[in-house]
Design a binder for this molecule. Structure first.
Ligand code: ADP
Ligand code: MG
Length: 315
């Protein structure tokens, strides 16, 4: 199979939403139109073999996750996903691998009726870059900058499962499949993010770890925070595997969950609960924004590395 056969066979599909897509795959570039009174929200993330996933990871999981981590960024902005581009560097043109990879990618794309509108294909060490394009009504994007003293701090879902799945111990766990799924096939909180427009004062997705990512919000908003350790939501399997105290420690520092952390006035608590009920994802208050800088974690004698110890590529 040559480059053009691969693109045609594995990556060219009928568009889910032809409206707004003037020109898709096949020309030098795609042409899209942004509806009136909307803004385009653009994010990009790369997954490198051996850094972001093990060399032997299943191709379908890689395809899913390459899109999921990008959708999580759009979710944190409150944007509606619309288009994606894909830059794929492959050591070989393995047809089974390509079939599985594209299935994983398009399974998630279909959930949000996104179209793949272009990309690039190169020969080299396995690396996947996805760029996503979403829409928000003008001026309504959620950012890291709007947290105000007195706001509640909330997270979606439960934290720590993905980090535990990365640990060796999970192999012997009776909940192995649950943990592995949380790591390999994260479900980006896209519909929650969109529902949070006009309610959340700030938002970020949790990719590096709660402490590390919340600190970005505090820096951008020039505020501090008090977090209550016992209020951090952890799953039943994680509680069972590690015990409450260690589960909370992993939930505070572990990465790869792709849940949202947001702030909102406490008067919005009912609306936040309703969003959680509608989308069947718990939205839990874990603390409060404070006027002076610093992140304080109350209630546990926890050893948290400075700034949460989130993964950094260049130290
Ligand atoms: P160029 O030579 O101009 O860089 P390419 O031959 O790389 O163009 O790509 C031809 C067409 O196929 C373009 O429309 C491009 O966006 C699309 N394309 C290339 N690689 C991918 C891919 N991995 N996924 C989706 N579309 C792709
Ligand atoms: Mg070209």
């Amino acid at each position: 199979m040559n480059e053009f056969d691969i693109i045609r066979h594995y990556f060219t599909r009928q568009p889910c939403r032809p409206e707004g897509l003037t020109l898709g795959i096949g020309d030098d570039a795609a042409v899209i139109s942004v509806p009136e009174a909307h803004e385009l929200v653009v994010a990009m993330d790369t997954l490198v073999s051996g850094v972001h996933f093990p060399d032997a990871a299943a191709a379908g999981d890689i395809g899913w996750k390459a899109l999921a981590v990008n959708l999580s960024d759009l979710a944190a902005m409150g944007a509606e996903p619309r288009w994606a581009t894909l830059s794929l560097t492959l050591p070989e043109a393995d047809e089974n691998w390509l079939a599985d990879f594209s299935s994983g990618f398009f399974d998630l794309a279909a959930q949000y009726r996104m179209d793949l509108i272009g990309g690039d294909l190169c020969h080299g060490p396995l690396s996947i870059t996805v760029q996503v394009h979403g829409l928000v009504p003008a001026g309504q994007a959620l950012t890291r900058q709007g947290a105000r003293p007195g706001d509640g701090i909330y997270v979606t879902g439960t934290l720590g499962d993905a980090a535990y799945a990365l640990a060796e111990a999970v192999v012997t766990s009776p909940d192995h499949d649950y943990f592995f799924h949380r790591l390999a096939r994260p479900q980006p909180r896209v519909v929650c993010g969109m529902a949070l427009r006009g309610i959340a004062t700030s938002a970020i997705d949790i990719s590096d770890g709660l402490v590390s990512d919340l600190q970005h919000v505090l820096d951008a908003s020039r505020v501090g925070a008090n977090i209550l350790a016992v209020s951090i939501p952890v799953s039943q399997p994680l509680n069972q595997a590690l015990g409450e105290e260690e589960a909370v420690r992993v939930a505070l520092t572990g990465g790869d969950d792709y849940e949202l952390c947001l702030t909102a006035p406490v008067a919005e608590a009912d609306r936040l609960r309703a969003i959680g009920d509608t989308h069947q994802v718990p939205v839990t208050q874990i603390g409060t924004i404070m006027p002076s800088p610093g992140l304080h974690i109350e209630g546990r004698n926890l050893e948290i590395p400075e700034r949460g110890g989130g993964y950094r590529h260049f130290n």
